[in-house]
Design a protein around this ligand. Sequence first.
Ligand code: AMP
Ligand code: MN
Ligand code: MN
Ligand code: MN
Length: 277
Amino acid sequence: MLDFHCHSNYSDGAHSLDELMDMAIVNNLAVIALTDHDCLEGIEPFIQLGQQRQVKVISGVELSVNWKKKDIHIVGLNFDYKHAEITKAISYQSEQRIIRAKAMCEALSFLKIPDLYQQALDLTTTGYITRPHIAQVLINSGICKSMDQAFDYYLKRGKPGYVHTAWLSLQQAVAAIVDSGGIAVIAHPLKYQLSATKLNQLIEAFIACGGKAIEVVSGRMPANQINQMAQKCNHYRLYASSGSDFHRKGQYGSDLGLQSSLPESVRSVYQLIREEL
Ligand code: AMP
Ligand code: MN
Ligand code: MN
Ligand code: MN
C-alpha cells in the first residue's frame, strides 16, 4: 500500500506527524509522502519517524497555483526539499498565504468575530493559515455549523471571504519541483469543475511545463471516475499517482492509504520514484 497525498496539522490536517505515522503502520503502508499545502516543514521530521518505524517516507508538497482563473493544486514528490528552487517557491507561497489570511479576515470583519486573524493563527502549528483554519473559527464562534457550510457561505470563490491570491503560476510551480529533482503531479484533476476541453488544456499546459503525472486515484472516488482518469493518464503518456488526500477522519478524503488501488492499465509514478530510492 502507498499514499502519495496526505496532510498533517502542519497545514490543514487534524493529526500530528506521530499520529499519521501510527495510522500508516496500522493501515500497512510501505511508502508515504506527506503533502502539506505550501509547506515543507513536516518532511524532515516525518522522514525521521519513518526511519524509526520502517516506513519509507518520500518528500512531498501540495502547491497552490493560479491557472486561467482557477485554483489548481500541484503535488511535488521525491524532490530535494533543501534545494533552493523549492525553498524559494515555498517562501513566496508563505508570504502570499499571510497576506491572503489578513485580507480574508478583513473581508469577513462584518461578522464581528473578535480577533479572527489571531484565533485562526492560534489553530495552526506552523503559522500558515489555511481556509479550514478560518472555517474552524467560524464554527467555534457559532456562525457556521460545519466546514462545508463555512466554505459554501463564506470561503469559496465568489463568497465574501474569498480573496484572490497571487499564487505561483503553473509553470513556476512545476519548475520549482522539477528543478529540485522531483516529479510534478496534477492533484485531484476532477475537483476543479473543468470542462473536458479545459481539463485537456490544463494537462497539455502541465506537460509543456515538465509535468509527468496525474492523480488517477484521489481519496474516495467512484470506479467510473478512476477509469476515466486512467484513460486520460495513458492517452497523455503520463504516470499515475494515488493518494488519500487524508485530512481527518470522516472528511472527503479516504482514510490514510485506504484509497482504491490504481488500475492495472496505468504506469504508477512509484516506478519512477523507486528507480531513485
Ligand atoms: P487553502 O489552501 O487555504 O485555500 O485551503 C484549501 C483547503 O480547504 C483544501 O485543501 C481542502 O482541504 C479544504 N477545503 C476546500 N473546500 C472545502 C469544503 N467545501 N469543505 C471543507 N474543506 C474544504
Ligand atoms: Mn487541504
Ligand atoms: Mn488539494
Ligand atoms: Mn490535499
